[in-house]
Design a protein around this ligand. Structure first.
Ligand code: GDP
Ligand code: MG
Length: 254
């Protein structure tokens, strides 16, 4: 068979299910570490429940994803996951879902592996959100998830560090309410309210503008130029204030 015939015959199998996200649908990608339970506790001994080096590697990975070819308005990370809000006008690769997912998973895996000096792989999935309210609720959901995980993880690891087995610690927490978990920590000298906010709320990454001294190359005059840089925010607000904060970052369609 000639190349042209083969090309025509086989191309359809490659492209027929190449779904494009429709215009005016917001795209949020969630990139998640693959088998990171094993990676953080067996292959590498990161501090449990929270490790500052691990957090910083995740933040660096978010920053890399925000500069790898897509226009990303907001990045958010908690635990081993990253959420990215793409600019709604983003049209790279005609908004092909497979292309966006494979590039983001590949770039995240490459960056994180370099930082770790070992293999750390990520998957990626896209949420197609039809309105701004849902985008705000999406980020609120991940923010609340971080909060809930922080309470559970601190309780679990305080029991483990006292010598309880994984099963004993899990069973002890199974039927406890939020108030009882707070009390459990308090009895062990930990006030949940005083724990670092990045653990309870996650870390947000967004663009900020700043003034930079520069030299006009033609006139030689000193001028100030406005530049953009990424800011990692470890003190995110929570609840309604977080929804308002996200709302300010999400553009309306015009
Ligand atoms: N030791 C440690 N583990 C972490 C940290 N952040 C996230 N993890 C772990 O990463 C895993 C993320 O959960 P999940 O994605 O459901 O598990 P996976 O399917 O094994 O990747 C959990 O086991 C967390 O305990 C950290 O700062 N320190
Ligand atoms: Mg994971």
């Amino acid at each position: 068979m000639k190349f042209n015939e083969l090309d025509k015959k086989l191309r359809v199998y490659e492209t027929a299910h190449d779904h494009c996200v429709l215009p005016e649908i917001y795209i949020v990608a969630r990139i998640d570490g693959r088998c990171f339970t094993k990676l953080t506790k067996e292959k590498h001994q990161f501090e449990s429940p929270y490790d500052v080096n691990f957090r910083d590697m995740m933040v660096e990975t978010v920053k890399h994803l925000m500069q790898c070819g897509f226009k990303v308005l907001y990045g958010y990370t908690q635990s081993d996951e990253i959420s990215l809000l793409l600019d709604p006008r983003e049209n790279t690769f005609e908004r092909k879902e497979r292309k966006i997912n494979s590039i983001l998973a590949g770039e995240a895996s490459a960056k994180f592996s370099l930082l770790l000096s070992d293999i750390g792989a990520f998957d990626s999935r896209i949420c197609q959100l039809p309105n701004k309210k849902l985008v705000i609720d999406y980020f609120r959901w991940r923010n609340e998830d971080a909060h809930r995980n922080a309470l559970n993880a601190h309780c679990y690891w305080s029991l483990r560090k006292e010598g309880h087995s994984p099963d004993e610690a899990a069973i002890a927490l199974q039927k406890k309410s939020v108030a009882e978990k707070n009390e459990l920590l308090f009895q062990k000298g930990i006030n949940f309210n005083d724990l670092p906010n990045w653990q309870k709320r996650g870390v947000g990454v967004y663009w900020e503008s700043y003034e930079k001294d520069a030299l006009n190359p033609i006139s030689g005059e000193r001028v100030t130029a406005t530049r953009n840089r990424l800011k990692a925010d470890m003190e995110l607000p929570m609840r309604e204030q977080y929804s308002d904060f996200v709302s300010d970052l999400v553009p309306d369609f015009v």
